[in-house]
Write a protein that binds this ligand. Structure first.
Ligand code: GLA
Length: 388
């Protein structure tokens, strides 16, 4: 991203000089899918693609937003005197939600600002563009108003914005991964306790390739909420006989012993994904510590298969990309990433064959699906920051 150009665009849009520039990354998840609302482990990392924000303070209560990614929306005007969700605020609701929640918690945000944003993260592609925007806003507010709030608290507030302001019932993984991101490290997070540790991501001659299906994800929210309800239902039935608080508290032996309580093939499949995926996260962590990338690749493949057959969140586009990746030489593993039903998958590809990989997988995808996939190499990056 060309920062000089962003600052010029700010002057052109708002007719004043920008004061500061910030960045918040997107995220990928190595493994641990659909576990963050089941109290399980996840292993995400922040990436160098993300969202930039150029800002200048105002003397009044007005807040003006402009996105170079949504020029047709024009400048979106809002005010600190009314921070309620409004449909007309469109994409700016993710930013306004962050202001709303911090003001509600008593943080002093006593004047407005003009903010221009631009991202190189594909929108709605499962790389958490919305969480990136929330954390970008959080970082800007923390900095401009000297708020005594840390990145972990910003992450938890970002999740509240999704749940209480936008109305998406998502877990903590995306905001946490972005807020706590560290260069070349994955984050092993226990989503029940929020205890975490960094796991060095040393991939030797391999790199992570992000494969975007470019599929629109219409059904995503309703299907996502449906999975959450299925897990809650399964938990409720199991709790009749087992003392567990989350579905991820169930170990493999308990899964064998108690699934008769579920007595329903859908609930058994959902639970099986959750229990086994949770184990795979720890296995991938161990594999990474031992530099055993081959085992890591196998576990990623197993994750995709489980998300396809047991959790049923992949779909033709993701399956086509992942199957095409599996067929290539020099690929250790591949799986869908994020909520599913479209969005992105990741593959661990030998660096010197990435061009060939993208060309071959891209061609196969186009032949089956009828439009192009897009490929990016993921660089594992730091969390939200001011760019000086
Ligand atoms: C979305 C949600 C996350 C998580 C993933 C699936 O990205 O925002 O909280 O549930 O799906 O792992």
């Amino acid at each position: 991203m060309n920062i000089d150009n962003l600052q010029k665009q700010f002057v052109k849009t708002f007719g004043s000089q920008p004061q500061k520039t910030f960045f918040a990354p997107g995220r990928i998840n190595l493994i641990g899918e659909h576990l963050d609302y089941n109290g399980g482990y996840v292993l995400p990392c922040a990436i160098s693609l993300g969202t930039y924000g150029v800002v200048a303070q105002r003397n009044d209560q007005q807040i003006n937003f402009y996105s170079l990614n949504f020029p047709n929306s024009g400048i979106i005007h809002a005010s600190l005197t009314n921070l309620k969700y409004q449909v007309k605020h469109d994409w700016a609701n993710y930013l306004l939600g962050m202001i709303w929640i911090l003001v509600k918690q008593g943080y002093q945000i006593n004047h407005g600002f003009d903010l221009l944003i631009a991202g190189d993260l594909p929108n709605g592609a499962g790389l958490s563009s919305s969480a990136a925007v929330e954390l970008l806003m959080g970082k800007i507010l923390q900095n401009l108003f000297n708020l005594p709030i840390n990145n972990l608290e910003l992450a938890m507030n970002g999740q509240k914005v999704e749940n209480d302001y936008i109305g998406v019932n998502s877990g903590i993984m995306d905001q946490f991964a972005i807020a706590m991101g560290k260069q070349d490290q994955a984050i092993l997070l226990n989503t029940d306790t929020l205890q975490y540790q960094y796991v060095p991501l040393q991939l030797a001659e391999y790199a992570i390739v992000i494969m975007n299906t470019n599929k629109r994800r219409e059904l995503q929210t309703s299907k996502y909420n449906e999975r959450r309800h299925e897990c809650e239902h399964a938990l409720h039935l199991l709790q009749q006989d087992v003392a567990i608080h989350n579905l991820c508290d169930l170990n493999k032996a308990q899964f064998d012993e108690y699934t008769y309580l579920l007595n329903n093939d859908t609930l058994i499949r959902r639970t099986r994904h959750v229990v086994f995926e949770n184990q795979r996260v720890l296995q991938v962590q161990h594999a990474l510590m031992k530099h055993d990338l081959t085992t890591m690749g196998h576990l990623l493949n197993a994750s995709h298969i489980s998300l396809h057959y047991d959790y049923a969140v992949t779909g033709k586009e993701l399956d086509t990309l992942v199957a095409a990746a599996w067929q290539r030489k020099n690929v250790l593993g591949a799986r869908m990433c994020g909520a599913g039903f479209g969005g992105c998958a990741i593959a661990i590809v030998k660096q010197d064959s990435i061009d060939n990989f993208c060309q071959q997988v891209g061609q196969q995808y186009h032949e089956v699906i009828g439009y192009d996939a897009t490929f990016y190499v993921a660089h594992i990056a730091n969390g939200p920051q001011e760019i000086k």
